[in-house]
Design a protein around this ligand. Structure first.
Ligand SMILES: C[S@@+](CC[C@H](N)C(=O)[O-])C[C@H]1O[C@@H](n2cnc3c(N)ncnc32)[C@H](O)[C@@H]1O
Length: 330
């Protein structure tokens, strides 16, 4: 017969022994998951006896965690921006530093409203927002909760990630405002039609433009005849260099999807295409907000040139690393 206190103590010792990072938190989360309880309950009931089946399940999960599986894959969830997200091995586990994408995007949007003489705190009426490489959907969904009147498009090359993102959007009741599209960066969005639409009186060609995958863009938000341009494009692209792979923690290297981690040999390779493809899809004054890898800034900053972009700003994360670059489309 095992009580809560002893189970937790044994679990912590087992994970410490296996050199698991944040071993106390990991043991707590696994026990809470097995018992279906919250942390307050856990510490208020140290003498509670755990059913044998629960104890067995807890020790199975501890063994998998000790062998390198991320805690979030064992519990199936991770909190981001105060919301709980379903996490599977098909998506990147949302990271706390990505919350800076949300902060910067909301700050920049509020500033735009202020400059336009509108109330800073808006529900995002009329805003069209894109999240490129949506993974679990955490960026699009967090923004959708903050901007309940905005509409979203979220892309990913991974159909399995998009399926998880859709479930997360349903869980947070924002699925009616996020259109999920399987595509490479922004390639599914027609540039030609959009540029034509930007010129008053010019009607987009009725023939589909090359590269326009109409079947994938079967959206109420965007059709060939009502082209889509965005107020905000946000992205946390894959940005780790393949040559850094051996230095990654085992949890990351062996369990998170390579397509979510690696941006190329150096890591920053995707930014050039992402920025080049974003430019024609932003309204004048539209915002681009990108998460950066720890060494991406020198490669990415020069891509936001004065021909297309203004008000380029960099935000450090809590560790002092330049983590977000944001810019406004001229
Ligand atoms: C670093 S993860 C970010 C996931 C999520 N946005 C987050 O912040 O947690 C990058 C995501 O981009 C997707 N991805 C990788 N290359 C892509 C591409 N060329 N076009 C669209 N998505 C891509 C991956 O499948 C992955 O889901």
């Amino acid at each position: 017969m095992l009580n809560v206190r002893t189970a937790l103590k044994n679990g912590i010792a087992q994970l410490r022994e296996a050199n698991v990072s944040s071993f106390t938190l990991a043991a707590e989360l696994l026990l809470l998951h097995v018992l279906g309880r919250n942390r307050t309950w856990l510490y208020a009931h140290p003498e509670e006896i755990i059913a044998d089946a629960d104890a067995q399940r807890f020790f199975e999960l501890l063994a998998r965690r000790a062998a390198g599986e991320p805690t979030q894959h064992l519990t199936g969830k991770q909190e981001f921006w105060g919301l709980e997200f379903e996490v599977t091995p098909d998506v990147l586990i949302p990271r706390p530093e990505t919350e800076h994408v949300i902060e910067v995007a909301l700050d920049r949007l509020a500033l735009r409203e202020l400059r336009a003489g509108r109330p800073q705190k808006s529900a995002g009426e009329g805003l069209q927002i894109a999240d490129i490489g949506t993974g679990s959907g955490c960026i699009a969904i967090a923004l959708a909760k903050e901007l309940p009147a905005a509409n979203f498009v979220a892309t990913d090359i991974s159909p399995a990630a998009l399926a998880a993102a859709k479930r997360n959007a349903q869980r947070h009741a924002v699925d009616n405002r996020i259109h999920f599209i399987e595509c490479n960066l922004l390639e599914a969005f027609p540039v030609g039609a959009q540029q034509a639409a930007a010129q008053p009186g010019k009607i987009p060609n009725s023939a589909p433009e090359p590269g326009f995958h109409e079947s994938r863009l079967n959206s109420p938000l965007a059709t060939r005849h009502s082209p889509l341009s965005f107020d905000l494009i946000a992205s946390n692209p894959p940005y780790i260099g393949r040559r850094e792979a051996p230095t990654l923690p085992r949890e990351v290297r062996e369990h998170e999807p390579a397509s979510a981690l690696f941006g190329g040999e150096e890591g920053y390779e995707l930014y050039a295409d992402l920025i080049a493809q974003s430019a024609p899809h932003l309204k004048p004054g539209g915002l681009l907000v990108l998460e950066l890898g720890h060494n991406s800034l020198p490669a990415v900053h020069p891509l936001l040139d004065a021909k297309d972009w203004t008000n380029v700003g960099i935000t450090n994360d809590l560790a002092g690393i330049p983590r977000i670059i944001a810019a406004e489309r001229l």
